[in-house]
Ligand binder design. Structure first.
Ligand code: ZN
Length: 78
């Protein structure tokens, strides 16, 4: 798995990729499958993050406290 990733990122030309919504690092993957393999994390609202810590930091800063349920809204089962 890692060898596969290394081979892809070995190219120095700026690859088409996905930018982490938190640290702006470019994840060298474009499809969901590739992104998951690269260890990226998908937030349905924000997009892709290069790693779980990035997703968590984003969530801490921008997300309303999860205990708050919007009035009348159906609670989203995570
Ligand atoms: Zn990141």
């Amino acid at each position: 798995m890692l060898g596969f990733l290394k081979r892809r990122s070995a190219r120095d030309e700026l690859p088409e990729g996905t930018t982490c919504q938190w640290c702006r690092k470019v994840i060298p993957a474009t499809t969901n499958e590739e992104l998951y393999l690269a260890g990226a994390v998908l937030d349905p609202l924000a997009g892709w993050f290069c790693s779980t810590p990035c997703a968590q930091q984003y969530g801490v800063r921008f997300r309303v406290q999860p205990s708050r349920t919007p009035p009348g809204g159906s609670r989203r089962a995570r």
